[in-house]
Design a protein around this ligand. Structure first.
Ligand code: IPD
Ligand code: CA
Ligand code: CA
Ligand code: CA
Length: 258
């Protein structure tokens, strides 16, 4: 019998192929909360694809998905698959690159398996609680301390301007002190980049559980530090503004932010 891990990986590769095949077709694009909040028929199809498989194979498991086809989740008990069928929908539409399938599987609130698949890049980031994190077949090393002056920080450019949620002058200081900044347009990929050392830190406003559920597990396995931008602990089932980073650097950035 196949394990959850094997199913998760197999289904993800099948879903990724559906996404690649869809490049040949015309997408149906609609807006959600506002004109920049896009959703396509493929976001919905991929979420339904996973839910069908999970319900059939693991009927006791619950699903929390961005597009709302999953279960009504009241609390953290039991096994919950937290699914973002396409993280980086704007990139999917505009670039056909830099988008990911992101899935975190939690049991009673504890992260067990985390998977982020960069579809166009064919890069599978995978972590299992207590057993480490991998990029494709290669085990990722533990993250080492770094200072802000040697760090490349993932941050969205909109942060640097006037912003009602965070003091943008503090953000400007972080940007000025860092070695450089990058913005990829997919929170899941950016968290996977911190876990694999391609970014030294990533900070972002108001992510939803499906944006960070998998990334948290990857980061936990490589010694990454993740908190809310106010320094408090991330709440799994809520929206959180998040700072994920290498050790050492986390404190340095939090001091600027708070
Ligand atoms: C979005 C992306 C984006 C982040 C947004 C997310 P979606 O997810 O991760 O990088 O800045 O906050 O909502 O809607 O493309 O799945
Ligand atoms: Ca979305
Ligand atoms: Ca997302
Ligand atoms: Ca999404």
């Amino acid at each position: 019998m196949k394990s959850i891990e094997e199913h998760l990986k197999t289904w993800t590769l099948e879903a990724a192929q559906l996404l690649k095949d869809s490049f040949e077709n015309t997408l149906t694009i609609t807006y959600k909360s506002h004109i920049a909040d896009l959703v396509t028929d493929m976001d919905k199809n991929i979420e339904k694809f996973f839910i069908d498989k999970i319900q059939h194979t693991f009927p006791a498991h619950k699903v929390l998905g961005e597009e709302g086809y999953g279960d009504q989740i009241e609390g953290k008990s039991g096994v919950i698959w937290i699914i973002d069928p396409i993280d980086g929908t704007t990139n999917f539409i505009h670039q056909q690159a830099n988008f990911a399938i992101s899935i975190g599987i939690y049991e009673n609130g504890v992260g067990k398996l985390g998977l982020i698949y960069d579809v166009e890049g064919n890069n599978l980031y995978f972590a299992k609680e207590g057993e480490g994190a991998y990029l494709n077949e290669k085990k990722l090393p533990q993250l080492e301390k770094v200072t802000l002056s040697e760090a490349v920080v993932g941050v969205n450019a909109t942060w640097a301007g006037p912003n009602r949620r965070i003091n943008h002058e503090n953000v400007q200081q972080i940007i000025r002190k860092s070695r450089g900044t990058r913005s990829y347009g997919s929170a899941a990929i950016e968290l996977a980049y911190v876990a694999s050392g391609k970014l030294d830190a990533y900070m972002t406003l108001r992510l939803s559980p499906w944006d960070f559920a998998a990334g948290l597990i990857l980061l936990q396995e490589v010694g990454g530090i993740v908190s809310r931008t106010d320094g408090g602990p991330v709440q799994l089932l809520e929206q959180n503004s998040i700072l994920a980073s290498k050790p050492g650097l986390h404190n340095e950035i939090i001091e600027h932010l708070t």
